[in-house]
Design a protein around this ligand. Sequence first.
Ligand SMILES: Nc1nc2c(ncn2[C@@H]2O[C@H](COP(=O)(O)OP(=O)(O)OP(=O)(O)O)[C@@H](O)[C@H]2O)c(=O)[nH]1
Ligand SMILES: [Mg+2]
Length: 229
Amino acid sequence: MVIKSVELSLVCGVTSKIPAGTLPEFAFAGRSNVGKSTLINGLMNRKALARVSSQPGKTQTINYYRINEQFHLVDLPGYGYARANVKVKEQWGKMIERYLSTSAQLRAVFLLLDIRHEPTGQDVMMYDWILQAGITPVIIATKSDKIKRSQLQKQVALLRRTLREESHVLPDKEAGQIRIIPWSGQTKAGREEIYAVLDQLLTQGPADGTPAVEAEESVQGVTPEPAAE
Ligand SMILES: Nc1nc2c(ncn2[C@@H]2O[C@H](COP(=O)(O)OP(=O)(O)OP(=O)(O)O)[C@@H](O)[C@H]2O)c(=O)[nH]1
Ligand SMILES: [Mg+2]
């Protein structure tokens, strides 16, 4: 995938109506601070178009980034921010559910999980919401630069096992097919594999709830042309 143009095209507040939209959408969900905005910037070849912060709870709106006039990357507000008040947490849940159930253009949801930690109850709940909405979930294991290479497969297996064991939705036989892509915002490792998923889903048409087939092996060392700043 070559990124030719990116722009913030829409910001949707808690009370805003979710737009019907015409371009395919890929959404990014996950705990506050897991690295959603960092991943979106990495995919767009931008340092800071999506706002990144070490303070959790930065993204509290649904932000739509239009790429190549062809599709949207959708930055969803993070959950699990302990200091958010009850009302904010409640609004968050409603907003995400509304987004998942009303977005006709949604092709896949990337659910981000920190590669270092076992998924929380909220992570599993989010995973189940995505499945229940009939959307293809793709797991991104973030911050892979923070663990040793030798630990990578073990941690990916932990994420897979927890989702499989804790999910209330996924039937057993499909559980082995949960797709997990390790990613680092620091080294950009994993980016080509994520682009391959986007390319595949863009050519394939709307998600039908079946897990994506394995994409081609990522081509190491090939980076897309940088977008004009
Ligand atoms: N080392 C490392 N740090 C990362 C990575 N991804 C994100 N971070 C850092 O983690 C912090 C949170 O990143 P964000 O991208 O703002 O997280 P977010 O999920 O968008 O957070 P909210 O907007 O609060 O939901 C920032 O300090 C990032 O620099 C990564 O892959 N590796
Ligand atoms: Mg964010």
